[in-house]
Design a protein around this ligand. Structure first.
Ligand code: ATP
Ligand code: MG
Length: 192
C-alpha cells in the first residue's frame, strides 16, 4: 500500500497531479474539497455548514474535518487496496496529528508528502481563470488572496512537520507539465 499526501497552495495543481497518480498507481483519491462540494451540491446538513466557511475562503473546523476524513477512509478502504492519495488534507498541524493517529489505528502509514511549489502570481492567475469556467464560489480575486494568505499562515508550516519525519519532498509545480508529473512519480517511487 502506498499512501501519499499531495500538498500545496490553492491552485498548485493537486487535483491535476492526483488524476495522473490515480491512473498510474491505481490509488484511491480523497479530495476533501471535492467531498465538501459534493455535500454542498446535494444540500446536506454538512454541505450547509461547509458552504458558510468555503464561501469566505475559511477552513472548515478541524474536529469536523477530521471526522469527515475518518469516515471517507473507512467507507473506501476496500476501494483502496493500492493506497490513498490525500488531496487537501491535512491543512493544519492538528489535522496532521490526527491523521497520523487515524492511519496508525488502521495499520496504515504515510509513504510521502509531495509538495507542489508554485509562485503566487501563477497561483492567482490559475485560480482566476478556473473561476471563470468552474463558477466555484471561492475562485474570485478577493477570496483567492485570502485563501493563499491562510495557506502560508496555517498550512505551509506542515512542511516542517513532515520534513522532521523525513516525509516531505517538493517539486517545481509550474512549467512543463510532464516534468512536474515525472518529479511527483519519482518521489513516490523512491518512497516505496
Ligand atoms: P486546489 O486548487 O489545489 O485543489 P483549493 O484550496 O483551491 O486547492 P480545495 O482543496 O478544493 O481547493 O478546498 C476548497 C475549500 O474547502 C477550502 O478553501 C476549505 O474551505 C475547504 N477545505 C478543504 N479541505 C479542507 C481541510 N482539510 N480543512 C479545512 N477546510 C478544508
Ligand atoms: Mg483541488
Amino acid at each position: 500500500m502506498i499512501n501519499v499526501v499531495i500538498f500545496g497552495a490553492p491552485g498548485s495543481g493537486k487535483g491535476t497531479q492526483s488524476a495522473f497518480m490515480i491512473e498510474h498507481y491505481g490509488l484511491y483519491h480523497i479530495s476533501t474539497g471535492d467531498v465538501l462540494r459534493d455535500h454542498i451540491s446535494r444540500k446536506t446538513e454538512l454541505g450547509e455548514i461547509a458552504r458558510s466557511y468555503i464561501d469566505k475562503g475559511n477552513l472548515i473546523p478541524d474536529d469536523l474535518m477530521i471526522d469527515i476524513l475518518a469516515s471517507v477512509i473507512d467507507e473506501h478502504r476496500s476501494d483502496a487496496s493500492k493506497g490513498f492519495i490525500f488531496d487537501g488534507f491535512p491543512r493544519t498541524i492538528a489535522q496532521a496529528e490526527a491523521m497520523d493517529k487515524l492511519l496508525a489505528d488502521r495499520g496504515m502509514r504515510l509513504n510521502c508528502v509531495v509538495g507542489l511549489d508554485v509562485p503566487d502570481e501563477i497561483l492567482i492567475e490559475r485560480l482566476v481563470n478556473r473561476g471563470k469556467e468552474s463558477g466555484r464560489s471561492d475562485d474570485n480575486p478577493e477570496t483567492i488572496r485570502d485563501r493563499i494568505a491562510l495557506y502560508y499562515k496555517v498550512t505551509s508550516p506542515l512542511k516542517d512537520y513532515y520534513c522532521r519525519r523525513g516525509l516531505f519532498h517538493s517539486v517545481k509545480g509550474w512549467g512543463d507539465i510532464d516534468l512536474i508529473t515525472a518529479g511527483v512519480w519519482k518521489i513516490i517511487d523512491d518512497s516505496k
